[in-house]
Design a protein around this ligand. Structure first.
Ligand SMILES: *Cc1c(COP(=O)(O)O)cnc(C)c1O
Length: 472
């Protein structure tokens, strides 16, 4: 058997498996159909001593895993900010594995390097960030935070004459990170990874509308004003989609020589749509931005993007030279901008997604998802016993199911119960979150496959799950 026939014996069947999965999505139950014990029973075989034919391995993998998959790539998954994958991006992702390029450097993987260069420039245009900003394609927004905050750490310490790359943090002036108290959990993890630590975070309570306001920010900046400072703002809160008022806040931060970093995992994509762009007004004044490709752009996992206005600080944080590597003087070597060394050519899928949608298609995708999120929340809230706790400003909303005559805890319990009933029905998938001390069912729409029919079906599922709960 030659190498060609070895691939030919497994790849065509794999295409069939993929098509069966994808074409079955509209009718399949959204949640996994088997639990932990069953999955372990199916998959946890003794370590094989002898190998098996590739096709048999893949057929068994599909058979054993299918019921344990969450159908988040389809159009009826709304629990977390999880996108699907547009066809061109999925196809490019297959080729990424097929080509198996080590995308660390131009010399090793020339096409991968140039594709990333182009993707970076396209993204800066799409997201309306400064064209001169540097960038990195990383695994997700978590690593985009790490990348941007490493550059921030370098930048704010350089201002104080401290070279953190050489001397590290021991003995360095302490850095503080000022942020709204609704920040995402990945911020804290980035701080821990970077050695800044949790206690460097100064949390400011956000206002009723979810925004960090100028007055409390000024107060926080003025106390201990000599400290190197990073201000962390949000473009798109995970529960409400709220945006901090960048136009007001960033100039205040700049007056205090603070580095401004923006968590825009999904919200930064509002800037790609003329209908929602006003939410991002002033965001381009920040120093660094983190966002995702695997959420709203609908490229497969894993894909996030980091952007840094001060490209020197970014470069100082990651650049690397080794005697056994052949660096190119003209081309962009990703290893100089990324935390990873050897890595996947993740630019291909982003390139294909952007090329297939175009900036008009991306604007439409953003606008459409926001419309569907609003439809779900508004139409569900017309059902007696359902409260629209947060009507989407963007693509995120909150619903609550009320127990007639009940207390807050009764509403919490009922909300949990009804969300679970919807999941059990297989018709749609939601999860609960805590917001202002209440349990709420989160409505998050960012998948390209969600359409009016999926929304109608979802609202019907909410209605029937609620009435089942009433009669039980
Ligand atoms: C999803 C999300 C993150 C984390 O992104 P990953 O891609 O999961 O690493 C950070 N911040 C916000 C606001 C998010 O929605």
């Amino acid at each position: 058997m030659n190498d060609d026939s070895r691939f030919a014996s497994v790849l065509p069947g794999t295409l069939q498996h993929a098509l069966e999965y994808l074409e079955g999505l509209p009718e399949a139950p959204v949640g996994a159909r088997v639990g932990l014990d069953e999955l372990r029973t199916r998959l946890n075989r003794p370590l094989p001593k002898e190998g098996a034919e590739a096709k048999r391995v893949i057929d068994a993998l599909v058979r054993d895993c299918r019921d344990g998959l969450t159908d988040s790539p389809g159009g009826r998954f709304f629990a977390w900010v999880i996108g699907g994958s547009v066809p061109a991006a999925l196809a490019a992702d297959w080729l990424t594995s097929t080509w198996d390029q080590n995308a660390g450097m131009f010399t090793v993987a020339p096409a991968a390097a140039v594709v990333e260069e182009v993707v970076g420039a396209w993204l800066l245009t799409l997201l309306r960030l400064p064209a001169s900003a540097s960038f990195a394609l990383v695994t997700g927004c978590q690593m985009a935070h790490v990348t941007c905050l490493a550059a921030a750490r370098n930048g704010v310490l350089a201002q104080q004459g401290w070279d953190v790359e050489e001397k590290g943090l021991m003995g360095a002036p302490p850095i503080r990170v000022i942020t709204g108290d609704q920040r995402h959990g990945t911020i804290e993890r980035a701080m821990r990874i970077l050695g800044l630590g949790r206690s460097a975070i100064v949390d400011i309570p956000v206002a009723e509308d979810g925004q960090l306001k100028p007055e409390p920010l000024k107060e926080a900046l003025s106390s201990n004003s000599g400290l190197p400072t990073i201000l962390l703002l949000q473009a798109g809160d995970i529960n409400t989609g709220s945006f901090d008022p960048f136009l007001e806040l960033i100039p205040i931060a700049k007056d205090h020589q603070a580095w401004v970093h923006v968590d825009g995992a999904f919200g930064l994509w509002a800037n790609a749509s003329p209908d929602y762009r006003q939410l991002c007004a002033g965001v381009e004044l920040a120093d660094s931005w983190a966002t995702d490709g695997h959420k709203w752009l609908n490229v497969p996992y894993d894909c996030g993007y980091a952007f840094v206005a001060d490209s020197e600080a970014h470069y100082r944080s990651f650049s690397h030279r080794a005697s056994y590597l052949n660096h190119s003087d003209e081309a962009r070597d990703q290893v100089d901008w990324n935390p990873e060394y050897s890595r996947r050519g993740r630019g291909f899928a982003s390139y294909a997604a952007i090329a297939s949608l175009g900036s008009d298609g991306i604007a439409d995708l953003v606008t459409r998802c926001c419309r569907f999120a609003k439809r779900i929340v508004v139409e569900a809230s017309q059902i007696p016993g359902v409260e629209a706790t947060w009507v989407p400003l963007l693509n995120q909303g909150l619903l609550r199911f009320l127990e007639p005559g009940g207390e807050a805890e009764d509403h919490d319990r009922r909300t949990e119960r009804v969300a679970q009933r919807i999941v059990d029905s297989g018709e749609a998938y939601f999860a609960c979150t805590s917001w202002r001390g209440m349990r709420c069912m989160r409505v998050s729409v960012c998948g390209w496959q969600t359409d009016d029919e999926a929304v109608t079906r979802t609202v019907a599922a909410i209605r029937s799950s609620l009435s089942t709960d009433e009669t039980s």
